[in-house]
Design a protein around this ligand. Structure first.
Ligand code: HT7
Ligand code: ZN
Length: 884
């Protein structure tokens, strides 16, 4: 497989003015006719025109109406090259034949549960027709769709519907025209038997936009929350960024077979059903929150991604990082900001940091790739480092400076395909700012490690923070430069209040922080290898609250003592750092107990830790969702990541021990939390209600670890009396911690109740897959043959196989059974859907972090995968890089 390098980027020799597409959809075959208006980028070009194409049957090709002779072009497996295109502009007509019904890769045009639909990002359009399938070729599209009217009554594409009508033989057609230029990856088509929920939105300039969410008829009632989310997102983008929707129609279609979450095709977003369909009975609070965030995300792409797009796939973070940042801000504004930040940072720590420390580490803007998919270039959930970079611009420039930068970015680049440097330049130019080495965030891989030590000079009344930073070597990048790290800092006095900050000096330069209104948090610009910052007018030794709100994606190591951390946990006005103090204490505790476990010492829990947790649990002034987050221990992956050699058994034993011990010692408090947070009345998805459910459910999960009859009865009653999925599923998950008759009965009751609802059944698969019961791999193998499981459906694979890989004790089982299971599944899955297979194979990428026995077992599976016949580029890239 060929590696593509950023440094090799070349502008296209030819550009496309317009593209007229015609699809004759059929089950046996689909005929695609394309008519492209081509022109040379520079007059006088005589270069060949290279078109991409994959799995296409060429029927005919014409230039300016004339068939090409066989020596006018050449074809290989992935390209069609016109050897001597005419000078100047010309018309290129190509007819191809494709087979969407047998397209199990779910890229290009495919049929999902009776509906034709497309997925073109990143390089799926080349599976539809021959084209310059690259984002810097932007053209205006029309799309005519012809299909059987009874089977496919709804025919959709991008832009406006300009004509529709009946044809002979029970066929009909629709003609769509998109007035905006777009790259091919934003093209979309849908045809099927669908119904819609219809609504409208009046934009800030008074235009009425028709909104439609399409699903199979029986699911339309479950689209109310998605529609609410869409309207909220449209309003938010107007209010916060001044961005108005630009067409009179916005469509969303939900399909059950989809590789990712959703896709932002111009005016025709296509979604995985999981991220559209919700009812209180079938979807959890987590699902409701994801729907809000992802509907927002795809909608926000209309400006950040579609109107201004990426020059090439190396610039992916330009649209993804920015749009993830925008959806995070949207969800924060709609819910609880600190809790959202905690959730996002936990995700970053659990997924991104481990990757950054392994063979798959790559910078926010990679230097090379083999396959551009969401997994290979920017794995699922790992769009977040890019969002952290955008967040740092805002932290450094302030809210209004950031908005000025965004305004300038759109003013300069609307309708263009641009780079991360263009975004940086807009931010700097709009603010007259010099952000020095900030661009390194795009090119240097690895998570910076920052050390900070503090000292107080009582006589001079100064408080000093000395920082040093280290960016660890990563594959292909051994020597690193210091990064530009914004560190938000506050100082707490001995009563726990924020001290007003007046002035600060660094490198001999004195800076006034405030001369009027008191300032309690300031952002240090730390951009050298080592740097000291000295606060003056500090009347007593403060406790510093460092990196407030997690102002930079770094690992921070400070000289804060346990006393300081307990103090911050009790008092910090920055709720994120309050949570962080608890996490730091938990991490320290877990690591020291892991050492005890490994030395076969008895485990015992520090009473001070229990008291700290008790005081949070019983604090009535705290947000309840925050309490639930603060009660949750760091994940096993996070702790394994901090060990020189990851020991999944020890970490699991310790985490289980702490949870149970907390339940023993805080049983009464947990019982009170359950009793106080039952909600009578109908399900409402708002912060107050979801926070109560979160706290109650966390308490139930703790209580169930006791496995005592009174508690089991309580949890079982919660399961039986619940009227919404959030509570029902949480009670079942609590009970599932204790294998046995009750667990089995509840699992089978749940399945019987919900077997008709495939999204709920996926939750049931995932819960069983994640079980820590020793030898659970056998159960997972049995579930592969369950009638409700289907390897061709990505959601089912993510639930069952992905769920299994997320359970460290069983996936990393000492006998290698977990690795062997995954190895076999990956090879089988790769033949069906390479993108999904490559996502699964990523579970192996950290194999070198484990002991020698496990390393040998995992390596053997990776070697087996790499040598498998007909392996896809997707899986090859991940598996071979993991082995390197
Ligand atoms: N834009 C979609 C994500 C995506 C993607 C990212 C990188 C490489 C290939 C890709 N295909 C789809 C959907 C989203 O951002 O939510
Ligand atoms: Zn996106």
């Amino acid at each position: 497989p060929k590696e593509v390098f950023l440094k090799d980027y070349k502008k296209p020799d030819y550009l496309f003015e317009s593209v007229d597409l015609k699809f004759q959809l059929g089950e046996d075959k689909t005929i695609v006719t394309s008519s492209i208006a081509v022109y040379p980028r520079e007059e006088g070009t005589s270069a060949p025109l290279v078109l991409h194409g994959h799995d296409l049957k060429l029927v005919s090709i014409k230039i300016d109406g004339k068939d090409l002779k066989s020596d006018d072009y050449k074809q290989d497996l992935r390209h069609l090259t016109l050897l001597t295109p005419p000078a100047g502009a010309f018309k290129l007509d190509i007819i191809t034949e494709i087979d969407p019904v047998h397209n199990t890769s779910l890229e290009g045009l495919y049929k999902s549960s009776g509906v034709f639909c497309t997925q073109c990002e990143a390089e799926g359009f080349r599976k539809i027709t021959f084209y310059q399938d690259r984002p810097d070729v932007m053209a205006k599209y029309t799309c005519r769709i012809e299909a059987n009217k009874e089977k496919y009554p709804v025919l959709l594409s991008n832009g406006n519907l300009i004509e529709q009508g009946d044809l002979e033989d029970g066929m009909h057609y629709a003609l769509w025209e998109d007035p905006y230029k777009k790259p091919s990856y934003l093209f979309a088509l849908v045809a099927g038997q669908l119904e819609s929920r219809d609504d409208s939105f009046v934009t800030c300039s008074g235009r009425k936009v028709a909104l439609r969410i399409y699903t199979p008829a029986q699911d339309v009632p479950k689209t109310a929350h998605a529609m609410y989310s869409l309207k909220a997102a449209m309003k938010w983008d107007e209010e916060v960024f001044g961005l108005e929707y630009d067409l009179d129609l916005f469509n969303i279609v939900a399909v059950p077979d989809f590789n990712m979450g959703a896709m932002e095709n111009k005016s025709l977003n296509i979604f995985n059903s999981k991220l559209v369909l919700a009812s209180p009975e079938t979807a959890s609070d987590g699902d409701y929150a994801s729907i809000l965030g992802v509907i927002g995300h795809e909608y926000f792409h209309n400006w950040t991604g579609n109107r201004v797009t990426c020059r090439d796939w190396f610039q992916l973070s330009l649209k993804e990082g920015l749009t993830v940042f925008r959806d995070q801000e949207f969800s924060s504004d709609m819910g609880c900001r600190p809790v959202k930040r905690i959730a996002d940072v936990s995700r970053l720590r659990n997924y991104q940091f481990p990757q950054d420390a392994g063979p798959m580490a790559h910078p926010v803007r990679p230097h090379s790739y083999i396959k551009v998919t969401v997994v290979n270039i920017m794995p699922h959930l790992m769009l977040h480092p890019g969002a952290e970079v955008v967040r740092m611009y805002k932290t450094l420039l302030g809210a209004s400076g950031f908005r000025k930068g965004m305004d300038l970015y759109f003013q300069r680049h609307d309708g263009q395909a641009v780079t991360c440097e263009d975004f940086y330049a807009a931010m700097c130019d709009a603010n007259g700012a010099d952000l020095a080495n900030f661009l390194l965030w795009y090119s240097q891989a690895g998570t910076p490690s920052v050390k900070v030590t503090s000292s107080y000079n009582a006589e001079a009344k100064t408080f000093s923070l000395k920082f040093s930073q280290e960016v660890p070597p990563t594959p292909g990048q051994t020597v690193k430069e210091p990064m530009f790290i914004p560190v938000a800092v506050g100082l707490l006095d001995s009563t726990g209040k924020d001290m007003p900050l007046s002035s600060l000096s660094s490198n001999g330069v004195l800076k006034t922080i405030s001369s009027g209104e008191p300032v309690y948090t300031t952002v240090l610009h730390f951009n050298k290898k080592e740097e000291e910052f000295v606060f003056s007018n500090i009347p007593e030794r403060p406790v510093p609250s460092l990196l407030r709100g997690y102002s930079a994606p770094i690992r921070l190591d400070s000289d804060l003592t346990d006393d300081d951390l307990f103090f911050l946990l009790a008092h910090d006005s920055d709720e994120f750092n309050r949570w962080e103090a608890g996490q730091m204490l938990s991490r320290k505790l877990m690591l020291s107990l892991v050492a005890d476990f490994q030395q076969q010492k008895p485990l015992s829990l520090n009473p001070r830790f229990v008291e700290g947790i008790r005081s949070i649990l019983c604090n009535v002034t705290l947000d309840k969702e925050f309490i639930s987050k603060a009660m949750t221990l760091p994940g096993e992956g996070e702790i394994m990541d901090m060990m020189p050699v990851a020991d999944p058994d020890a970490v699991h034993a310790v985490r289980t021990f702490i949870r149970k011990e907390l339940a023993v010692q805080l049983k009464q408090e947990f019982l009170v939390a359950v009793a106080n947070n039952r909600i009578s009345g109908p399900y409402v998805f708002d912060h107050e209600n979801l926070a109560r459910r979160a706290l109650k459910n966390t308490a139930l999960v703790y209580l169930a670890t006791l496995n005592e009859p009174d508690v089991t009865e309580l949890v079982l009653n919660e399961y039986k009396s619940s009227s919404n999925m959030t509570e029902q599923f949480a009670a079942m998950a609590a009970l599932a911690q204790n294998p046995g008759q009750i667990c089995d009965e509840v699992l089978s009751d749940f399945y019987n109740k919900w077997q008709q609802d495939f999204l709920v059944v996926n939750k049931w698969f995932a819960l069983q897959a994640m079980s820590d019961t020793p030898g659970n791999v056998e159960n997972v193998k049995k579930l592969l043959n369950h009638p409700a499981f289907d390897m061709r459906n990505p959601n089912k694979v993510y639930s069952l196989i992905g769920g299994f890989c997320g359970s460290p004790v069983n996936f990393h089982a000492k006998d290698g059974s977990g690795y062997k299971f995954l190895g076999e599944v990956v090879v089988q899955l790769d033949k069906i859907n390479p993108q999904v297979a490559s996502r699964m194979v990523s579970a192996f990428s950290r194999w070198k972090r484990f002991d020698e026995d496990r390393q040998a077992l995992a390596k053997a599976q990776l070697e087996m995968i790499v040598s498998a016949n007909g392996l896809s580029e997707n899986v090859y890239e991940i598996a071979s890089k993991s082995l390197a």
